[in-house]
Write a protein that binds this ligand. Structure first.
Ligand code: GDP
Ligand code: IMO
Ligand code: MG
Length: 424
């Protein structure tokens, strides 16, 4: 029987805990593949007292029996990739070159893409997106403009292709008046990264994945970012530049829709957002600060404060619809352990209008809440749903009733072990 591609997708604004859950799921899959994004992602994995933050490398890398693939929908910075891979090699994961394949069709992030990212953000001033500064937007723009460099190009006329694209970028930077930069040291490290990448298996990953599926292997597609940062379905223009939703799994890996099996939608028991853009549930008070402190809500990549708020059912319903989510995964439930009351955003309102559906532009919409009692008990030591405090079980039931999708997994702490699978 043919294998399936299950997807694990962040369904809010990213940082839902995708890395932890992909790592937890990995033993069940033959292949783990990233299909979108690049080093803007920061996926944290904690086990046996070790902590890793992966950016471009799939979170299945810690399992010796799993093949990891960076798919064609991704963008890759050779220097950052090298640093990340060397950190794993130095930590004892010496076989990663055999277990990590990179699609030749993935696009390369040049040092000048990162400069362009900075230049465009500076130009936008107060309207800036608040990007991670990793060159994501400019790289995907070049892909769409059909001038980008691909991973396969590092083995095929690389120097000339690189010089041409770099010159194009330098011209643009000059035209923008963005001239205060020194490329030399960054470029040397980047070129070292290109050399390093040549030692990896650069493959036609779409053929590889389809062959493995035909052989009955199952694939886990690891999402990056979240549905509300999707280039089409997110809070445009405050989004990332890739397809982070289910369609991105097909285009970003080269697999047909019939191959898709389960779609896991991952979210936190509350909401966060990094960078600019509308966020109706945002808390500007001591409660927001308390959630940030308790949840350690500081960016894994940039260290920036994450904006915090209550759970948002308008956003979740929308993302569940767009992605066809079959199973939900709720993270960081333990962070809300001490709250007397927990708020659930059920709708948005603006100028006397009320909506339960995601508006075209969420700017200016305010959250409408229902209050429920907190569970006031520590969840982190619990490993069986039978031991959940009643108010926590009620919170789960309430969400399931509102979202019409079962919550299959509950996470009660950052460690791999702090994970509870609920009975079907
Ligand atoms: P990702 O980008 O979706 O992989 O998520 P990040 O790694 O950026 O952010 C999730 C953060 O929450 C990381 O610091 C995790 O270690 C942590 N984390 C994950 N699950 C839980 C949980 O259930 N409880 C707590 N307290 N922390 C968690
Ligand atoms: P993971 O995979 C949270 C946000 C940035 C910014 C916007 C555009 O760890 O969940 P970009 O650099 O992509 O052009 O930035 O998207 N952003 C993320 N926020 N988690 C992420 O990834 C993100 N990747 C990008 O903060 O608002
Ligand atoms: Mg993250």
């Amino acid at each position: 029987m043919n294998g399936k591609v299950d997807a694990l997708l962040g369904i809010v604004f990213g940082d839902e805990g995708k890395g932890k859950v992909v790592d937890f799921f990995t033993p069940r899959y033959g292949v783990v593949a990233r299909f979108a994004g690049g080093p803007n992602a920061g996926h944290t994995i904690i086990f046996d007292g070790h902590k890793f933050v992966l950016r471009s490398i799939p979170s299945g890398i810690f399992n010796e029996n799993t093949l990891n693939i960076i798919g064609n929908g991704c963008v890759l910075a050779p220097d950052l990739f090298m640093d990340e891979a060397l950190e794993l090699e130095n930590a004892g994961y010496t076989s990663i070159r055999e277990r990590l394949h990179i699609s030749r069709r993935a696009h390369l992030i040049l040092p000048t893409h990162r400069l362009l990212d900075r230049a465009y953000e500076a130009m936008k001033g107060k309207d800036k997106v608040g990007t991670t500064g990793k060159g994501i937007g400019p790289t995907y723009s070049d892909k769409a403009a059909r001038v980008g460099l691909r991973v396969g190009d590092i083995l095929d006329g690389f120097e000339e292709k690189y010089a041409r694209l770099k010159a194009r970028h330098e011209q643009t930077l000059h035209d923008l008046g963005f001239t205060d930069y020194d490329l030399s040291s960054v470029e040397a490290h980047w070129l070292e990264g290109v050399e390093y990448m040549r030692r990896f298996q650069l493959t036609d990953a779409e053929n590889e994945i389809n062959t493995l599926l035909d052989e009955g292997k199952s694939v886990l597609a690891e999402g990056a970012q979240g549905s509300l940062l999707d280039i089409d379905h997110g809070t445009y223009p405050f989004v990332s530049s890739s397809s982070t939703t289910i369609g991105g799994v097909c285009t970003g890996l080269g697999i047909a829709p019939q191959r898709i099996g389960r779609v896991f939608g991952i979210f936190k028991a509350y909401s966060t957002r990094v960078g600019s853009g509308p966020f109706p549930v945002e808390l500007f008070d001591a409660t927001g600060d308390r959630i940030r402190e308790l949840g350690h809500e500081y960016g894994a990549v940039t260290g920036r404060n994450r904006r915090c708020g209550w759970i948002d059912l308008v956003a979740l319903r929308y993302a569940i619809m767009i992605n066809g989510v079959t199973d939900l995964v709720m993270m960081k439930s333990d962070v809300l352990d001490g709250f007397d009351t927990i708020r659930i955003c059920t709708a948005y309102q603006k100028d006397g209008m009320l909506t339960r559906e995601m508006p075209y532009n969420t700017e200016g919409w305010a959250a409408v809440y229902d209050d429920v009692p907190g569970w006031k008990a520590p969840l982190s030591s619990i490993r069986d749903e039978k031991d959940f405090p009643p108010a926590f079980s009620s919170y789960i039931s309430r969400l399931e009733n509102e979202l019409c999708v079962p919550i299959r997994i509950i996470s009660v702490g950052p460690d791999r072990d702090e994970t509870i699978i609920r009975s079907e």
